[in-house]
Design a protein around this ligand. Structure first.
Ligand code: GLC
Length: 732
């Protein structure tokens, strides 16, 4: 009896202690409490200085973005909000995090960001290539792998996806987004956000996403970086905003404000887009980080006289976090004390940052479990996804007399500077990608054709310069061969940030090599690896086949070797128009209507692109049947299905993407000549017919956005088209 009595007393004492302990645990440290309660509890404990420090981001580790001059910050303050983490070792992250958790008064964890744009260590094809796969499910898988590698390496937050609609190939960052079309960028924005954030950002396999660069960066005049854009309110909404609308709906935790000026108001000091639209109209409850230096750059942009005014303009406009400007850390506290920034606005900003940190689970798990690189990188499934995405991104642009796949060739010559490179196949923004594992084109072809054909490589020339001394060796190899694979393209740093080019033509030395090879009379297969569309108007005729492999990342040239041998049936289609010449730029499929469609053309060059948006050949053939609509009219709240049967009439299975466009011939605001509104990619086995469907709901698929971002659906006829066929639909 006595023992039972003692045990009961002990139990009661323990319960009382736990209850007391719980009572003493601040709400913000109690993982069982709702995030909003924890945020508010923590906020009310914070001093002005602690609040300001949460809104600053410094760098940790060696800055690997050459465009941003900035010394690594030596001594990270324990109260800091965030760092850009340039290492991939959890140890360094944990060391600094321990300082934040143990040496600061409230123990608020840092959030670690980094540019994981198309993979972390397992690097995937550049995003422009990914768009050409038209496979959002696969891109979601790739983003999930990138998130896992990043989180396990100490990164909680990626500055990705970049979803800037871009129509000017002279702009280096066209490589980094999903092409010229708003709907395409919107679909891949959602796929990336879902891949990065998963169902629960607190999982140790997910990271917070960051939609960038909000907004209109792709309209940089002349394709030059960091400059101004002229974007009307109407174009802002019907071209550039759609990917952000969908990305925010998908739950993207953060956004990054852009460098560019939007018709006189820089995106980083733009209350309309950041407060009225993002926070007001869309109700985004995460936070906005500036681009590197974008706050300080308000001075050269002519809207701020000094850093204090820059801080005031950016913060009141709606930029919560300062990436390496040293504006908020120096002036925000002062601005609050002077009453120029209200404590209410400051609290809202801090609340947003804390909210994301709680949702990431950083208070419960501030440290990254230490793991080996083998446990984190190049997992078999990650490499499989990389290879499949590289295969499905390859676009067969030309295939005269079905010269491809090379099945009869006994001697293949490979020439050109792209033939033996590894590094340049990674593409820009390759994070911690390592080119050592990459198989170059010539080696991949040797492996692929082992036992079937001999493969000889002779580089011929470099990517640029004037040295043609290697031509003769290349010509000798060509003369001995049945077919010549000419591998040309761009260096890794010719696209990406601060990589504008006045022309999208290849350097003369590469074109001269191609010309000399064509004089041998041997059939040429041109393989291109680049971060942008390449001008081919004058060289297209000399090539029997042309294949755009983009920059495939870690999979290197094995996929393109598979296409040349026929092991892989190419299924990629262009997500960006291929101009005939640089002089046609800007040229894109969804241009607004001309007053005189048949006049006003260039006198000196063709006026149609060399290869249109959506172009891409296969080794099989597909026959499209008649379009059929379930009704000829539809009300605002109705629904109509349009379908098209597609038959594989060739002799091998193939993946086919069907693009569905709408055309609104007459509206209160002139609409583009056509607009992509749906796409679907399916496997069609040889001889089979598969029906593709577009379930149309007028408010989602037909309505357009006016200059206030309001959806407008007008009565009258619209056309739904696939390829050259269309059906008419009457909107009642
Ligand atoms: C760069 C880029 C931005 C990137 C950031 C951090 O200047 O504009 O896309 O996320 O700085 O590297």
């Amino acid at each position: 009896m006595k023992r039972i009595y003692l045990m009961i007393c002990l139990a009661c004492a323990c319960t009382a202690m736990i209850a007391q302990g719980k009572k003493d645990t601040p709400v913000y440290k109690d993982a069982n409490r709702p995030v909003e309660e924890r945020v508010n509890d923590l906020l009310k404990r914070m001093t002005l200085e602690e609040k300001v420090m949460q809104l600053n981001q410094y760098t940790l580790g060696r800055n690997d973005n050459v465009n941003n001059v900035g010394e690594a910050v030596k001594n990270i303050p324990a109260e800091l909000g965030s760092v850009i983490y340039f290492s991939y070792d959890p140890k360094l992250r944990n060391e600094v995090q321990r300082k934040a958790m143990e040496e600061s008064r409230l123990g608020i964890p840092l959030i670690y960001g980094y540019d994981v744009i198309h993979g972390f260590r397992t690097v995937y094809p550049i995003p422009l290539a990914q768009a050409c796969s038209w496979n959002p499910e696969l891109v979601q898988q790739a983003s999930a792998v990138a998130a896992q590698e990043a989180r396990m390496s100490g990164v909680d937050w990626t500055f990705s996806p970049m979803i800037d609609v871009a129509r000017d190939g002279r702009w280096g960052r066209v490589a980094e987004g999903y092409g010229e079309d708003p709907h395409t960028n919107a679909v891949f924005a959602v796929a990336s956000v879902k891949g990065y954030q998963g169902d629960n950002m607190a999982s140790d396999k997910n990271v917070a996403a960051c939609l960038k660069h909000f907004v209109g960066y792709g309209a940089s005049e002349g394709g030059r970086d960091y400059v101004f854009t002229e974007i009307s309110r109407q174009t802002l909404w019907d071209t550039y905003m759609q990917p952000y609308i969908e990305g925010v709906k998908a739950g993207a935790a953060t956004l990054m404000s852009c460098f560019n000026d939007i018709s006189g108001t820089p995106g980083t000091a733009n209350p309309y887009i950041l407060r009225e639209v993002l926070k007001g109209k869309w109700g985004h409850d995460g936070f906005v980080v500036s681009d590197w230096g974008a706050i300080e750059q308000l001075r050269p942009q002519g809207v701020a006289a000094d850093k204090k005014e820059a801080a005031l303009k950016a913060f009141t406009a709606g930029v919560e976090m300062d990436m390496m400007n040293n504006c908020y850390n120096k002036h925000l506290g002062e601005l609050v004390s002077e009453g120029l920034v209200s404590m209410e606005m400051l609290d809202d900003a801090v609340r947003r940052v804390l909210r994301v940190k709680f949702r990431l689970g950083l208070f419960e798990r501030p440290y990254t479990p230490e793991s080996t690189e083998k446990e984190r990188f190049y997992l078999a499934e990650s490499l499989r996804v990389a290879e499949q995405l590289a295969e499905e991104s390859i676009v067969l642009l030309k295939n005269e007399n079905n010269i491809l796949p090379l099945q009869e060739a006994k001697d293949i010559a490979v020439v050109g500077p792209m033939g033996d490179t590894r590094w340049h196949l990674l593409g820009s923004w390759a994070a911690h990608g390592d080119s050592e594992r990459i198989v170059p084109i010539a080696s991949a072809l040797k492996e692929e054709f082992e036992g079937k054909a001999s493969v000889t490589f002779a580089k011929g020339c470099d990517f640029d310069g004037e040295d043609s001394s290697g031509f003769e060796e290349a010509l000798q190899a060509a003369r001995k061969a049945d077919v010549v694979v000419v591998a040309l393209g761009e260096k890794k740093n010719w696209s990406g940030e601060n990589a504008s080019r006045s022309t999208i033509a290849l350097p003369d030395i590469q074109l001269q090599l191609l010309k000399e090879i064509s004089k041998t009379g041997k059939p040429i297969v041109l393989v291109l690896s680049s971060g942008r569309p390449i001008e081919l108007g004058k060289v297209e005729a000399s090539c029997k086949a042309i294949v755009q492999m983009w920059q495939p990342g870690i999979s290197g040239a094995k996929p393109i070797a598979g296409v040349l041998s026929g092991r892989v049936n190419p299924s990629g289609k262009l997500a960006i128009t291929y101009p005939y010449a640089s002089g046609q730029i800007p040229i894109y499929y969804n241009q607004r209507k001309s007053a005189r469609p048949h006049q006003g053309k260039y006198q000196d060059i063709p006026n149609t692109p060399l290869y249109e948006f959506g172009h891409g050949l296969s080794y099989t053939s597909f026959e499209y049947g008649k379009l059929k609509a379930s009704a000829s009219s539809v009300s605002k709240d109705g629904r109509v299905t349009v379908e098209v049967p597609v038959t594989n009439t060739g002799d091998r299975d193939g993946l086919e993407t069907v693009h569905w466009f709408i055309t609104d011939p007459v509206a209160s605001i002139s609409r583009p000549v056509k607009e992509l509104k749906h796409f679907e990619k399916k496997l069609i086995r040889k001889g089979e017919t598969v029906v593709f469907r577009f379930e149309i709901t007028p408010m989602k698929d037909i309505a357009f956005l006016n200059h206030n971002g309001d959806k407008i659906l007008e009565k009258g006829k619209v056309y739904i088209s696939v390829k050259d066929e269309r059906v008419e639909l009457d909107i009642e």
